[in-house]
Design a protein around this ligand. Sequence first.
Ligand SMILES: [Zn+2]
Length: 187
Amino acid sequence: MLTDSPPRKNRAEFLESDRVKGLDMPGNGALTEIAHCLESAMKADMIRDVRSACTAFLASASNFYAVPTCGVRVLAARPLRTREHGTFELFGDYTPDSMLIRVWMRTAVRKEVTSFGTFASTLCHEFCHHLDFQKFGFPDSWHTRGFYERAAALYHHARGTPPKKLFWVPLRGGRWRIDWQRTNRGV
Ligand SMILES: [Zn+2]
């Protein structure tokens, strides 16, 4: 994971996005329960059930964060044109104007089925773009350290796994990348 370069405009909002590492999580297990359904549907390769689980997940999360519910399209395969240009979004995108998330179950080239972990992580990542606009009111949604931390917190909550502390390495131009060795070691 690699962060975006700081923009020329909207510096203050960018720094705020970078700074906010945490996200409140619902106290009930609703999202974890829906994620379980999603996992079963993916394992059974039942795209209709995958769709309904994604819809339920986003409705429940939107309700909790008091933002308008975003739409979702679950596609069988990756579309030719994708909007996200980052390094991480091989499996989804988000369009702020229409508040629409798209996620797909197969990679473009080899048609490999996306793993549940990657799929769930993508869904949480795209939903965090939605939160950036609708909850935080940012004029753009950057891949900052805070953004990745918020997406990871939501993902671990959904999967019922303990969150990992993320370790970052500074790069040139104000960007950061995750130090996976340290992150996986936890120190
Ligand atoms: Zn993204």
